[in-house]
Design a protein around this ligand. Sequence first.
Ligand code: FES
Length: 104
Amino acid sequence: INITVIEHNDTEHTLQADTDQSVMQAVTAEGIPGLPADCGGACACATCHVYVDPAWVDKFPPAEELEQNMLECVIQLESNSRLSCQLQLTEDADGLIVRLPEAQ
Ligand code: FES
């Protein structure tokens, strides 16, 4: 599937991702800056924060409690904030657009 990642400075990357990846894995595999993902996907660091384009928010199950708690640590929380390591890609996510925050 294709996903588009937009850095905070508006640099856009469209990349090929697999449905066995999380959004975080797909973004870090491309070496896109701005997503350190320090804990490697354990939902323990909140440095994989992304904003999911509003058209795509419903394509993912809502955040579970652990993710919700970690989201409280992010610098600029918005209603479409998610931790990208918890966003498992599916065929439904083809065309997904996520934006990276100014800082993690
Ligand atoms: Fe650490 Fe997502 S990579 S919470």
